[in-house]
Design a protein around this ligand. Structure first.
Ligand code: SAJ
Length: 418
């Protein structure tokens, strides 16, 4: 019978991954302390509230807090399992910035008493989990670390990359298989006990570096495939073809499944992770680098096209629908839609530029400095617009009556209104 963790857990980093993980453990009876440096995040979770939108998460947080299973704190407590889910952004040279991981490790080290498992969930370049083990060894020379061969270790270290899809996190947290890379096999087994608490997926045990690389590869795979679709959209535009029709027809082939072109690739995963591969092997990561460049260039291409379309109007009004990085989420990180609106706002300072975003009550910071950009309801924004640009395929925009678009120039970057 596979063992299942029953101890106390500390989840460090209460963002899009850490908080759902904490809730998934807590609602299945584990005592969990969620740790975050942001006091406002800690206060809101302590009240049972969620600081961002994710289906089914709010009910989980309020239930776990009211049952007394989930607490939030700015300080890392003693625990039997530590799960690190902090950001790993990239630096200007595209190498990973591990500052937040290091600071989590510094908080965990003094709390180790023997027997704990420390799990890194944050997406990281190959070698990071082993480095994490060496950091703990340096901070606690009194303990035997698992990467040494000095006998039974005093703590266990593993990498378990998160693979949940924003918008479906609470479902995929339970149903996805978990890749678990241990510094040793025993480390992987100890980490698997924690995920068995809530996961119905298969526990795929491997070594730490393979788990790190597999996670990066999954997102690079998707990035390359989206870049292919985006490149097709540019070629089709040049050849005056309808890319959606071309892809629809090609996808009838039994072994072809082209993804969907769009205004670019955003979010804090696919737009970031492939760079860690490029950073680790720059000379060899040619396809992965070019895919990133194609996807990063797409928003600027779209913005330039819209600017060109305004030239035929004397005093044009443009309505841009959507600012988040993808449909039905409230996440603006690395959003191509936001880049496009910023580009247009900069290029045309006299333009009447309206923006509709059902997940925003105020304009994001990147747009707050432009007095000619206004946030409006979609129907208001469209009403007097000469040009309507669909940037995010939110359900909210799908249901807009097509008659509202009559007589307007429509630029649908997602193919939503085809
Ligand atoms: N996009 C397209 N065309 C497509 C699919 C997506 O333009 O056909 C765009 C989206 O609009 C968005 C971006 O790509 O801007 C990324 O969206 P996504 O839904 O593909 O992925 P994420 O970033 O929300 O989540 C990904 C997932 N990874 C994979 O599917 C391989 C998720 O499973 C990971 O857990 C997550 O990254 C992560 O945290 O790494």
């Amino acid at each position: 019978m596979d063992e299942v963790f029953t101890g106390r857990a500390a989840v460090i980093g209460l963002g899009y991954i850490g908080l759902p993980t904490a809730v998934s453990l807590a609602t299945r009876g584990i005592e969990v302390v969620g740790v975050d440096v942001n006091e406002r995040t800690v206060e809101s979770i302590s009240r049972g509230e969620v600081p961002f939108v994710e289906p089914e998460l709010a009910v989980g947080v309020s239930g776990a807090v009211s049952m007394g299973r989930l607490e939030a704190s700015t300080k890392t407590p003693e625990a039997d399992a530590f799960i690190i889910a902090v950001p790993t952004p990239f630096l200007d040279d595209h190498t990973a910035d591990l500052t937040f991981v290091r600071s989590a490790v510094e908080q965990i080290a003094p709390r180790l008493n023997g027997g704990e498992v420390v799990i890194l969930e944050s997406t990281s370049p190959p070698g990071t989990t082993e480095t994490l083990s060496t950091w703990l060894a340096e901070l606690r020379p009194d303990l035997v670390a698992p990467h040494t061969s000095e006998g039974v270790p005093d703590f266990y270290v593993a990498h378990c990359p998160e693979r949940v899809l924003p918008g479906r996190i609470m479902i995929e947290m339970v149903t996805n298989d978990r890749v678990i890379g241990g510094v040793t096999t025993r480390c992987a087994q100890k980490a698997a006990e924690v995920y068995r608490v809530f996961s119905q997926g298969q526990m795929v045990l491997t070594d730490a570096a393979s788990a790190e690389m597999a996670k990066l590869v999954e997102n690079a795979y998707r990035d390359v495939n989206i870049a292919f679709a985006n490149e097709l959209s540019l070629i089709s535009e040049e050849l005056q073809l309808d890319v959606w029709e071309v892809i629809k027809v090609a996808n009838h082939h039994p072994r072809v499944n082209i993804l969907t072109p769009g205004p670019g690739v955003g979010g804090h995963c696919i737009a970031v992770d492939p760079w860690f591969i490029v950073g680790a092997a720059p000379a060899l990561s040619r396809l992965i680098r070019v895919a990133r460049e194609i996807n990063d260039e797409k928003p600027h291409h779209v913005a330039a096209q819209i600017v060109r379309k305004t030239e035929r109007f004397r005093t044009p009004t443009v309505a841009c629908l959507g600012l988040t990085y993808k449909a039905n989420v409230d996440d603006f990180r690395e959003s191509p839609a936001l880049d496009i609106v910023v580009d247009i706002a900069k290029a045309l300072p006299d333009l009447d530029l309206r923006v509709a975003e059902p997940f925003a009550t105020t304009l994001p910071e990147e747009l707050s400095g432009f007095s000619h950009v206004r946030l409006q309801r979609a129907t208001e924004a469209i009403e007097d617009a000469d040009i309507v640009v669909l940037l995010v395929d939110h359900d909210h925009f799908r249901s807009l009556s097509r008659s509202r678009l009559e007589g307007k120039v429509v630029y649908d970057t997602r193919g939503l209104w085809r």
